[in-house]
Design a binder for this molecule. Structure first.
Ligand code: AMP
Ligand code: MN
Ligand code: MN
Ligand code: MN
Length: 285
């Protein structure tokens, strides 16, 4: 029997709450045998996770990964790269630039928060472990500083689509994200396609454009994806000749609906990226 796998999850190198080491232990506890760490815009956690697997001789196989924030026609689109060469220099340079842009964005958001009489978020951010700053970190600060009672309220009031703070989206183009992943030897995957604010017609156009720009696969199983929507997405994958990928988008334990290794299966007639990636795990020593 094939082992459980998960090709989309986060550590505290971006906005997850677990260290790569704790994530490895948690994967073993959840009987996940193949894991891709896909932090937002960083590869930083991967070597820590692999070193820990080696140190403890864990029954866990790691696949390199990243989730790149990108722009496509004014929409923010997340592109997951799997099986990439972590030492690839164009990819590392582009991610470094994006991490820097994220800091500038956080500073700009903090200035707007101050104008809205919300103080101390930038200072509070310094107390959180991470390599990449995201709105999730700012939301955590807003909760800790008592400007919101929970994360949902922090996004609703300030950082979300309807929030009062303008949020810049200064990401690389989707085309650039796909080609960076491809030239680093990886597979490019359109993450959680139904989470973008698009009509079916526009989402269909996004998927077609993703394919034309060199994309390999779309996620066909993740938490929150209903059976109806999965069927619609599967139709798109067949039409565009795209492979399937799947992952929980795990950020921290305790959420039943997005726990590590927990997501529906994908239609068996659509080839899954695991066929290629199970053979591309990082070396154990
Ligand atoms: P960023 O990439 O900096 O724009 O941050 C986006 C992250 O914020 C996403 O990866 C989600 O994990 C998180 N996020 C976005 N909207 C919400 C929301 N309404 N509630 C909780 N978390 C959210
Ligand atoms: Mn996230
Ligand atoms: Mn995402
Ligand atoms: Mn994610």
């Amino acid at each position: 029997m094939m082992s459980k796998f998960d090709f989309h999850c986060h550590s505290f190198f971006s906005d997850g709450l677990l260290s790569p080491e704790d994530l490895a232990d948690y994967a073993v506890e959840r009987e996940v045998g193949y894991l891709a760490l896909t932090d937002h815009d960083t590869l930083g956690g991967i070597s820590h996770l692999q070193d820990y697997i080696n140190l403890r001789q864990l029954p866990l196989n790691l696949i390199s990964g990243v989730e790149i924030s990108s722009s496509f026609e004014a929409i923010e689109v997340h592109i997951v790269g799997l099986g990439i060469d972590c030492f690839d220099s164009p990819l590392n340079q582009a991610l470094t630039a994006q991490i820097e842009a994220r800091w500038q964005r956080a500073e700009a958001i903090d200035l707007r928060l101050q104008k809205a009489r919300v103080f101390g978020v930038l200072q509070d951010l310094q107390t959180q472990v991470r390599q990449v700053v995201t709105r999730t970190h700012m939301a955590r600060s807003l909760v800790r500083l008592n400007y919101a009672k929970d994360m949902t309220q922090a996004f609703k009031r300030y950082l979300g689509k309807q929030g009062k703070i303008k949020i810049d989206k200064d990401w690389m183009a989707m085309e650039a994200a796909i080609s960076l992943i491809k030239q680093a030897g990886g597979l490019a995957i359109l993450a959680h396609p139904t989470r973008y604010p698009l009509s079916n017609r526009k989402l269909s156009f996004l998927i077609q454009s993703f394919k034309n720009l060199g994309g390999d696969a779309i996620e066909l199983a993740y938490s929150s994806l209903t059976k109806d929507k999965q069927e619609w997405l599967a139709l798109q994958a067949r039409q565009q000749d795209l492979l399937a990928s799947s992952g929980s988008d795990f950020h921290y334990p305790g959420l039943k609906w997005s726990d590590l290794g927990r997501f529906p299966s994908t239609p068996s007639d659509i080839e899954h990226v695991k066929q290629q990636l199970f053979a591309r795990t990082l070396p154990k020593v």
